[in-house]
Design a protein around this ligand. Structure first.
Ligand SMILES: [Zn+2]
Length: 442
């Protein structure tokens, strides 16, 4: 990667650094992929930049983090909507996915990455089929990602899947100049057996990688897990030792008091379970609303996520932030619930904490990797400038993103993708989705 020195100056910096959360007339210097200075432009050290972006209408903020998705499900966007979960999965999603080939996942992932980058998402956690080919798409695009090898107990050769997850997790660690941070992803308690889970927990512990899984998404799932395992999903995961390695749990909609106590248990100053909150997906599939305000009151790490595009249908953390800020106020009947600052934290630094990346990304601070987004506030819906953080949550939208960099590399600038051939990705996904839909219907 060519080492570019980039200056963002002057900008309004929304840093997520508690010491100076919002700075007017700021400068940000980026060198060798890292942030070397964030502070007042007039105090900035001399810096010879190769690239400069600045203007009083530009707001710089940390890249958004999507803590749970199935990127290549872009192939299924709009294919089946407004259905109950069971027939949706069994009659529509799974027959379509049965025809998937490696190259479909590659192009589906490319399209997802293009969409996320232009929406200001600089890092995402992924869980899908053909993870090695998907990882290639991530490496090529310059994005930061936590991909995972999935284990699905209802598929053949589970020991082979676990062995592959082990070798993938060790081989992919540090790929893409350190941007790729693999995980192991047993799909859920209802699709994997006890011996699968035990082997996965052992592997994750040995390799020092997080586990990603789905947990407590629907009431029906909780009932099924109770019947099969004799306890709630969270308490079952605890008894399996899954909470003793970093556990990234998607959804956590249906929790009881004991679940919350177990989840809040501390390990290295962190909650035992880190929650990927998927508000749009949970609404669309009528799963319910996760008790996010209560999770946060108990000190449990919560980040935001989109889930796959079959159940959202956007890969857009802006709309998840706005929905999060609105939904939980309505549920709690309390307009002070999840203020704009808190929701912005969940979309950035909180997401980094969920993925275990908070020492590297999630805020604009000298020493962190340069995953930075510029938002253009010279738009009618972003005036007058009373409160920049309020505007980011309640008024801004993904189309206001004008520049995106990861590790100091520009990925999107002035309306252009610099690392993804987006026209080809759209054409490939259209043709492949047509083929898969025809096969599923046949
Ligand atoms: Zn999911």
């Amino acid at each position: 990667m060519p080492m570019t020195r980039i200056a963002l100056s002057p900008v309004t910096a929304v840093t997520l650094d508690p010491h100076a959360p919002v700075m007017q007339d700021a400068a940000i210097h980026v060198e060798d992929g890292a942030i070397t200075y964030v502070g007042p432009a007039h105090d900035a050290p001399d810096f010879e930049a190769d690239e400069v972006r600045g203007g009083e209408h530009l707001v710089a903020m940390p890249g958004l983090i999507n803590t749970h998705c199935h990127a290549a499900m872009t192939l299924l966007r709009g294919y089946a909507d407004d259905m109950a979960l069971e027939p949706w999965l069994q009659d529509r999603i799974w027959p379509f996915e049965a025809g998937l080939e490696e190259e479909d996942v590659y192009w589906g992932t490319q399209l997802a990455i293009a969409e996320m980058i232009r929406n200001g998402v600089t890092c995402f956690a992924d869980m899908y089929f053909f993870h090695r080919r998907a990882t290639e798409a991530m490496v090529e695009s310059g994005v930061r990602a936590c991909p995972s090898a999935s284990i699905i107990g209802v598929f053949p050769d589970v020991p082979g899947q676990i062995a592959e997850a082990r070798s993938y997790a060790s081989e992919a660690a540090g790929a893409g100049d350190g941007r790729i941070r693999p995980c192991i992803a047993p799909h859920s308690l209802y699709t994997c057996e006890r011996e699968h889970w035990t082997a996965v927990v052992d592997a994750a512990g040995e390799l020092g990688v997080p586990i990603q899984t789905h947990a407590a998404e629907t009431r029906a799932e909780v009932e099924e897990v109770r019947k099969r395992w004799g306890a709630t999903p969270i308490q079952t995961l605890d008894s399996l030792g899954a909470l003793d390695v970093p556990l990234i749990a998607a959804h956590c909609v249906h929790l009881d008091d004991t679940d919350l106590e177990v989840m809040a248990r501390r390990r290295d100053g962190r909650s035992a379970v880190r929650v990927a909150h998927n508000p749009a997906s949970n609404c669309k599939l009528a799963s319910g609303v996760a008790p996010v305000a209560e999770l946060r009151r108990r000190g449990i790490d919560v980040g935001l996520a989109t889930d796959g595009t079959a159940s959202n249908n956007r890969l857009d953390i802006w709309s998840e932030m706005r929905l999060t800020a609105l939904l939980h106020k309505a549920v709690e009947l309390d307009p002070t619930t999840l203020a704009a600052e808190e929701v912005l934290e969940m979309g950035t630094l909180g997401g980094a904490r969920v993925l275990g990346l908070e020492a590297e990304v999630g805020s604009l601070e000298a020493g962190k990797r340069a995953d930075v987004v510029l938002v253009d506030f010279d738009r009618p819906h972003l005036h007058p400038p009373h409160d920049v953080v309020s505007h980011l949550i309640y008024s801004a939208q993904s189309a206001d993103v004008v520049t995106v960099m990861v590790d100091g590399q520009l990925l999107y600038d002035g309306g252009e993708h610099l690392t993804v051939d987006v026209d080809r990705a759209m054409a490939e996904v259209d043709a492949r989705a047509r083929r898969l839909a025809t096969a599923a219907a046949g």
